[in-house]
Design a protein. Structure first.
Length: 230
């Protein structure tokens, strides 16, 4: 599964949790202490410690490393809302067991591919774009970043975040290089449900989710999806 997600997760890992992004966040005085940018920085501090430690034991005990990554990401990524949005109208049709299975599959895939990409991520230049206006809603915001590749390409990334009842900012969607990841996955889930080979079986779609998302590559196809909404 890592190979199919690598173009997406490699960018996400570096943007959201890379050491370069920490420097950018810390240097920008416009980021308020209780805002989403600061929340990302705090998570970065903790996750980088996990990465450095994980490099010493990953080959012998990868499950331990993935468990540590999940512990850090759990408060930051709203896995349940993300997975629910991907299922969309099918969420209401799913049984509680099917909802849980898809949530678990979705979460496990993200954690493992995030974690593996974090160990491999290089030294691309990261630019955190300061907010140019206050958020329209106090509990909803977006964090815009840019990845400058070694080849000179710039990949824009926008994180959609919300603040829950405890005051914690959590990520619910990402738009990378013009591709709305949540919307793309939602369309692929719907297509899989309508595919004749799956015969409308949600269990089959859930079991085959890894194969369904194999073609999602925002680094390759971003120009064809610039109109995707956030």
């Amino acid at each position: 599964m890592y190979q199919m997600w690598k173009p997406v997760i490699g960018i996400l890992a570096g943007l959201m949790f890379g050491s370069v992004s920490i420097a950018a966040l810390a240097a920008d005085a416009e980021f308020v202490p209780d805002g989403p940018h600061a929340a990302i920085k705090r998570t970065s501090d903790e996750l980088i410690s996990v990465i450095e430690s994980g490099k010493t034991y990953f080959d012998q005990d990868p499950e331990r490393f993935y468990g540590e990554v999940e512990r850090v990401l759990d408060p930051v990524i709203d896995f349940e809302a993300f997975a629910r949005g991907v299922m969309a109208v099918y969420y209401r049709k799913a049984t509680p067991d099917q909802r849980k299975r898809f949530h678990d599959t979705f979460k496990s895939g993200l954690v493992r591919t995030y974690g593996k990409a974090l160990l491999d991520f290089g030294d691309q230049k990261i630019v955190v774009v300061p907010p140019d206006r206050p958020a329209r809603q106090p509990d909803r915001d977006s964090v815009t970043m840019e990845v400058h590749s070694s080849e000179g390409k710039i990949y824009p990334v926008v994180y959609s975040v919300t603040r829950d009842t405890t005051g914690t900012w959590r990520m619910r969607n990402i738009v990378i290089n013009g591709i709305n990841i949540g919307l793309t996955y939602r369309n692929q889930f719907a297509s899989a449900m309508k595919s004749p080979q799956n015969k409308g079986s949600m269990d089959v779609v859930i079991d085959g989710w890894s194969s369904t998302i194999a073609d999602v590559d925002p680094m390759k196809d971003g120009d064809a999806a610039k109109d995707a909404g956030s």
